[in-house]
Ligand binder design. Structure first.
Ligand code: FES
Length: 145
């Protein structure tokens, strides 16, 4: 239940994930029957280094209440440094989201290896709970007014 006074709010969350470790960890979660919230829409990327800030802003503009990125552990990116670039980009995007009033807390990045199905699921739970507490994306809230 939300602590923002909106008890019916179910967040819509977009997760950009790489097709290597992150996708494998999602498969591992499935194989282990580890449940994670249906609120999360998964978007596969060749590497988190391909997660342009524009994609993140587009997701919020199209109604996502939260966005996160899941990639290979630092040092294990299949494109060498893609996840390091993604981490820097996410930090920049968080500042931008703060500046434009959406809020940087609605965005995060996680690193998992292929066998970490439970961690993959925990990221989805953590983001869903966080966004549920924050309430709807302010852009969506304005649309409803
Ligand atoms: Fe997974 Fe680069 S291939 S983060």
């Amino acid at each position: 239940m939300s602590d923002n006074g909106n008890h019916t709010f179910e967040p819509e969350i977009t997760a950009f994930m790489c097709i290597y470790c992150a996708d494998m960890s999602a498969d591992t979660a499935g194989a282990l029957h580890v449940q994670y919230p249906a609120n999360v829409k998964l978007v596969k990327m060749p590497c988190t280094g391909k997660t342009d800030v524009k994609y993140i802003l587009d997701a919020f503009e199209h109604g996502a209440d939260g966005v996160y990125v899941v990639g290979c552990p630092i040092g294990n990116c299949h494109h060498v440094r893609g996840n390091e670039r993604a981490r820097k980009r996410i930090e920049r995007a968080k500042k931008l989201l703060d500046e434009i009033g959406i809020g940087g807390q609605r965005l995060d990045i996680f690193f998992v290896s292929g066998g970490m199905g439970e961690t993959f699921a925990r990221c989805a739970h953590e983001m869903t709970e966080r966004i549920r507490a924050l309430g709807p994306n302010p852009l969506r809230a304005k649309e409803r007014d």
